[in-house]
Each structure stands twice: as structure tokens, then as C-alpha cells.
Design a protein around this ligand. Sequence first.
Ligand code: CMC
Length: 437
Amino acid sequence: MSKTPFASKLTGKATLVLGNKSIELPVIRGSVGPDVIDIRKLYAEGNAFTYDPGFVSTASCESAITYVDGDEGVLLYRGYPIEQLAEHSDFIEVCYLLLHGELPSADKLKSFRSQITRHTMVHEQISQFFRGFRRDAHPMAVMCGVVGALSAFYHDSTDINDPQQRTIASHRMIAKMPTIAAMAYKYSVGQPFIYPRNELNYSENFLRMCFAVPAEDYKVNPVLARALDRIFILHADHEQNASTSTVRLAGSSGANPFACIAAGIACLWGPAHGGANEAALRMLEEIGDVKRVPEYVARAKDKSSGFRLMGFGHRVYKNYDPRAKVMQQTCHEVLDELGIRNDPLLQVAMELEHVALNDQYFIEKKLYPNIDFYAGITLKALGFPTSMFTALFALARTVGWIAQWAEMIEDPSQKIGRPRQLYVGAPHREYIALHKR
Ligand code: CMC
């Protein structure tokens, strides 16, 4: 994996006055982005913790992988803008870039592609494992279980102190995730599992494993495969989001990589995170008609309704999510290729976007469409049921989780993650015997 040539620099000091004590805290500058105040000595020197629920102002690590400028709507993977990668690269090259820090030479890319392709099959016993689940289980429930179980199948790549084993585990997970996601889908529809084929590329293989049946040939549509590949690129990493932080926290204890990625999948499932693409599509279906858009916008503005526009707003982006722009374009390409003209859901989405972007509430709160807004319509048109949307997100995000996990393991300042708290419970009290209560 990679080392960054852009080391952080000490640029000054911040002085914190705490009662009658004055504490000097180092101020550190990264290669781009806001400065950070290093508070590691604060507890030792000031006997105080910082309080930041949701980590709104807290950097949890040093990282050289992905940069997000939420105010400007910028997303860079290893410095390269997401729009350029989506247009010119492919998912496997992006995986290499995220893992190794640089774009590969032709030879390195060829060898990496071949490594990933040759790890796509899963241990045959895993198909037995699937059969223990109910057919109507949510694919994300199945993914959490099966990915967590990989450490029971691949013992030879769970030693996190061996760089070779870490690399093999990484390749295994990137390669097997489409196979596992496709198996989760096939199991839910009662069709036989389809084995991967080495002559197909990553997204072609995934489409085939999901939609082919043994009874007839399946011809992959290259336009749809390219669109899916772009969707994977858009989801590949997003710096220290909830699931990535979960993977890092799980990994900080020394847990094996398969267990860490399973933890990330569990976190991603929530509707405020990866589950939002599913929720956004359900919302568009519920709205159903452009005439009802104003009613839903009014509900979203009414706090007492408890309703939010799904696919809108972001913790970091206070501008148009750059991934949402590419996703909107991909959505149009997919619908055009499939000859879906005047799709009612797309019309509702475009009207909703138009109304919200011109509404004072959304303007003031800087709420813009995020990646999930157009993802649902696109994935539905590609043939995926709603329940598979977050599983596809997990598949694509696996490389980001792995790159971040590997970076953490190789970071000499890495410690077990152990946040502190602002305790508001009962102070010390004596136990009262049952008969006296
Ligand atoms: N619809 C209506 N109002 C909203 C929305 C929305 N989608 N999102 C935020 N707000 C309001 C919110 O009520 C709050 O208002 P006030 O300041 O008056 O209390 C203000 O905007 C700030 O919201 P917040 O919840 O404090 O912001 P956050 O940074 O904690 O939450 C978010 C970010 C993504 C969880 C939130 O915008 C949301 O719930 N969006 C809908 C779910 C969604 O689309 N999630 C996908 C995120 S992108 C994919 C990913 O990275 O996983």
C-alpha cells in the first residue's frame, strides 16, 4: 500500500485558556483543507476532554486517500477529481489508485486486474452458508453475515501484522464482494447462483452473475456495464464517513479485515447513510406525480412532520454533491439506452430538485441533492430491486474501506480508538438491599 509524500506540517500554536491555566496546542496543516488543532495532550495537561457528538469538528486520523471540500463541492481520490475519474478511468484502475496512491502503469494495471479477476470465486462451502438464511432476508442482512463469515473461510489472510496477508485479504474482498452481492440477490429470487467468468470485466461480471440464468445465454449490454462501473467509481470512497470510521474503529483493536468490513457494511445499512438510495426511491414512488411535489417539499420544511427529503442534504457538502451531477448524467444515459422516455420517477425527481433548489428553506440550509438522489432511479432501471441498492453501495465502498483500514494499520501513530464522554449519570452511590427499596 502507499506512503504519502505530502507530510503534515506544524504551522503554529493555539492557546486554550482553561480556568487559570493556559495550554498551548500545536496547529497542524495538511496538504489542503482547514488546519487542525492537535488536542492529544489536552487531557494530560488540562484535565479536560473535548465534546463533539457526531464528530462535527473532529479529525479522527491523518489520511492521504480522499479529500472532500464540502463548500466547493469537490471530491478528490488521491488528488484526482471524481468527474475525471468517472469519465476516463474504470473501477479497477480506481481501486488500484485508492490502494496504492498512484495511477498504475499498463503492466501494473494488467497484473492487478488479473489478481482481482482470479479471486472472484468464493469457497464452495459459502453457498451452503447462504442456504441458512430465509429467502426473504434483506440482502444487507445477508451481506453482514456472509462477509463477517469470510474470516472463517480464509484463515490464511487474517494476520494483520503480515503485509502479504493484508494484501491478499484486500484483493479477496474487492474480488468476492460482487460474487457475494449477486448470490444474495439470486438467493432472494430463488434462482441458482451464477459463477463468475474471467473473460468479463468487473461490472460486466456482476451484471451477469445477477441477471443470467443457466437456461439461456446472457449478453451484457456494454452501455449499462459502463454506467454501473461509473456508479461503482462514484461510491468507492468518501473519507471518514460513518461506515469508514466504523471500519477504522473496528480495525483499531486489531480485528481481522473481514470482520472490519462486515462492521462497515452494518453501519452503511442505516437510512441516514447508505440506506438513503433505497429511501430516496421509495420517496419518489410515494410522491408518484409531479403535482404532489409542492406538498412533499412543504412536509420536508415542517419540523413536526418528521419527514426529510431523502437524497437531499449532506454532513459535509454544503454545495451540489459532485457525485450527484455525474449520477444524474449516468441516469439519463441508462434511461436513454433502455428506451425509457418520460419516466415518471425521473420527472418527479427533476421537479423536486428544481423546486427545492429554488426554495428559501433549502437555500438557507444549503441542502442540495446528494449521490443517492438519482442513484435509485438508475439502479432500478438497470434491473436491481430496491433492496439491493445498499448492497451495491457496499460492494463499491469495500475498496475505500480497505484502503482506509490498510492506511490505519500502517500508521505508526495508530492507537485503539477509544472516545471519552461527558458523563451525566448518577455519581457514586451505595447499593441498597432489595428489601429496603
Ligand atoms: N430534508 C429536510 N430538511 C433537512 C434535510 C432534508 N433532507 N437534511 C437536513 N435538513 C435540515 C435539518 O432539519 C436541520 O434543520 P435545523 O438546522 O433547522 O434543525 C438542518 O437541515 C441541518 O440538518 P442536520 O440533520 O443537522 O445535518 P447533518 O449534517 O447532521 O445530516 C444528513 C446530514 C445527510 C443525515 C441529512 O441531511 C439527512 O438526513 N438527509 C436525508 C438522508 C440522506 O439523503 N442521506 C444520504 C447522505 S449522502 C450518502 C452517504 O454519504 O451515505
